[in-house]
Design a protein around this ligand. Structure first.
Ligand code: 5GP
Length: 178
């Protein structure tokens, strides 16, 4: 079973890409993370399991997460899957690092915006406040460096369809190696 990790700054288009990948690939499931953050207007139905901090911590103590992380003060985690289907994880780079420790064969992709200005513009357009957008843009710089260090493949999302096709080819190539 192949694990595909999709990381990258909020606003780079990960969510849209993840949906397109899963819709276009009958063998790929999208992992549904748990989070303690509140709902956001642009969250698609079923994007997360929204839980309290207590619920999250209880599940974590019971060994219920493949990986988890705290991002800007909120907890996020990938529940353990017992399916043998290929799985797409939309998680941050720190989570990708934990996944690579268990599964060095995971395909790790860093989806990036064409440049920092465009990233900020997309964050503001989706409703982030200026200070939140600045925080995320700062975080993006740190994550990009960490992703490079871990050997992530960087994919620049300037054209959605082209980006999805590029990732589909990378997934196909990884499947041929299994
Ligand atoms: P957002 O609040 O924008 O939905 O997500 C914030 C960050 O948390 C994003 O980088 C997203 O990829 C990451 N994230 C979402 N779910 C998980 C998860 O289950 N584990 C980890 N480590 N990060 C996650």
């Amino acid at each position: 079973m192949l694990l595909v990790v999709l990381s990258g700054p909020g606003g780079a288009g990960k969510g849209t890409i993840a949906r397109a990948l899963v819709e276009g690939d009958a063998a790929l499931d999208l992992s549904r993370s748990w989070t303690t953050r509140g709902r956001r207007a642009d969250d698609i139905e079923g994007a997360y399991v929204f839980v309290t901090r207590e619920e999250f911590e209880e599940h974590r103590e019971a060994g219920g997460f493949l990986e988890w992380n705290e991002f800007l003060g909120e907890l996020y985690g990938t529940p353990v899957s017992n399916s043998d289907r290929d799985l797409l994880l939309e998680i941050d780079v720190a989570g990708g690092h934990q996944v690579l420790e268990h599964r060095p064969d995971a395909v790790c992709l860093f989806v990036d915006a064409p440049d920092d200005e465009e990233l900020r513009r997309r964050l503001l357009a989706r409703g982030d406040s200026i200070s939140r957008a600045d925080q995320r843009a700062e975080e993006a710089i740190r994550e990009r460096a960490e992703a490079d260090r871990l050997g992530y493949v960087r994919v620049v999302n300037d054209d959605l369809q082209a980006t999805v096709s590029e990732i589909q080819s990378l997934i196909e190539a990884a499947r041929r190696q299994v």
